[in-house]
Design a protein around this ligand. Structure first.
Ligand SMILES: NC(=O)c1ccc[n+]([C@@H]2O[C@H](COP(=O)([O-])OP(=O)(O)OC[C@H]3O[C@@H](n4cnc5c(N)ncnc54)[C@H](OP(=O)(O)O)[C@@H]3O)[C@@H](O)[C@H]2O)c1
Length: 319
């Protein structure tokens, strides 16, 4: 048997529990992964709540991001073999011990040498969203970019990618996360009342572009501050809001197949740092979700599934 994070009706965090489920059979073209780390995203909580993310009518898994070890491969799979260290994403299923990947060519990559298996387990949603966002921003060297939620899973990658492109980056976060942003070359400001006065104090000559992780109020604040609509990219507002104000949406749907490989290598080479705020054992799943939503974590929150220790060869590959 395997264990997975499960809920049987939409609601809040207390719906989540670990359930025993059969180990899936591996069919032709499929790959079975023993998951070691599964990253949490606000999306997982939104899916649990239901609403525009759909209503569950029977037991459902949760989570998208994962990393682990290939346990077995189906007939015809040539690109992966048992023992490979892998990472990827599979919506509403990843928080499980044994994860069946039906379409490995689309969803699975080998972990590059030097990328930690824990970091790899929290990259799929935030990482791909961030890379898509930076493409949409079209930054030039010397631009000043404002990033909201710069201490969050997405914002912390966007901010560093922008710095690497030669932009000056001002990022909003709660005060407890300012030192982290400082250490990454991002100028921190506290969000909330008076935000734009604080941004103006840092950038009296203005800000050329903005990345918005929040809703409509944040977008109107950016426009009032003088940032052109054509240079604002949002992942927090829906299409109606974006259309109303003429800003772009560049969510995960705009990511490309090779974005994970590219980002994984950038992290492995030390060009981007993705901090891990806290790792919870899988049976602490409710605490993990609460931590994500209420503790202002500095980086990613991960679930860890117990599994056999890695072999010496696997460890050597990761270091
Ligand atoms: N459209 C898409 O495809 C897509 C993809 C990924 C994410 N998203 C959405 O984008 C948002 C951010 O995702 P994430 O993974 O980065 O989340 P996260 O890791 O939970 O980070 C949230 C960030 O928002 C900041 N924050 C909290 N309250 C804020 C406020 N009132 N004003 C400004 N910033 C605030 C947090 O700062 P502190 O922790 O320092 O307080 C933190 O930096 C979520 O709503 C998520 O669902 C959308």
């Amino acid at each position: 048997m395997s264990r997975r994070v499960q809920y049987t009706s939409n609601g809040d965090i207390d719906q989540l529990h670990l359930a025993e489920v059969p180990v899936p059979d591996v069919g032709p073209g499929q790959v079975l992964v023993t998951v070691l780390y599964a990253g949490l995203n606000p999306l997982d909580w939104k899916m649990l709540q239901g609403g525009r993310f759909g209503t569950v009518e029977s037991a459902s898994g949760n989570g998208v991001d994962f990393s682990g070890v290939v346990a077995s491969v189906g007939e015809g799979v040539a690109d992966f073999a048992p023992g490979d260290l892998v990472y990827g994403g599979l919506p509403k299923q990843a928080q499980t011990e044994q994860l069946l990947i039906p379409d490995p060519a689309e969803r699975l990559d080998k972990i590059p040498h030097g990328l930690g298996i824990d970091t790899a387990g929290g990259l799929y949603v935030a990482g791909r969203t961030a890379v898509a966002g930076i493409r949409a921003l079209g930054l030039s060297e010397g631009d000043t970019l404002f990033v909201s939620g710069a201490s969050g899973g997405v914002g912390i990658i966007v901010a560093q990618l922008a710095r690497n492109l030669g932009a000056r980056v001002i990022g909003s976060a709660s005060p407890g996360n300012h030192a982290l942003l400082d250490s990454l070359g991002v100028e921190p400001v506290t969000y909330g009342e008076g935000l734009w006065d604080r941004v103006r104090a840092l950038a009296p000559n203005g800000v050329q572009a903005a990345y918005s992780t929040q809703g409509e109020d944040e977008i109107t604040g950016m426009l009032d501050f003088g940032i052109p609509a054509g240079r604002i990219v949002s992942i927090g507002a829906g299409p109606t809001v974006a259309e109303t104000y003429g800003v772009s949406i560049a969510g995960e749907a705009k990511a490309r197949r090779d974005d994970m490989v590219w980002l994984g290598q950038a992290i492995a080479y030390g060009h981007i740092h993705v901090p891990i705020a806290r790792v919870f054992d899988a049976d602490e799943v409710q605490d993990a979700y609460r931590h994500l939503l209420t503790a202002h974590p500095a980086g990613k929150v991960l679930l860890r599934f117990p599994a056999k220790p890695l072999t010496d060869q696997q460890r050597a590959h990761l270091s």
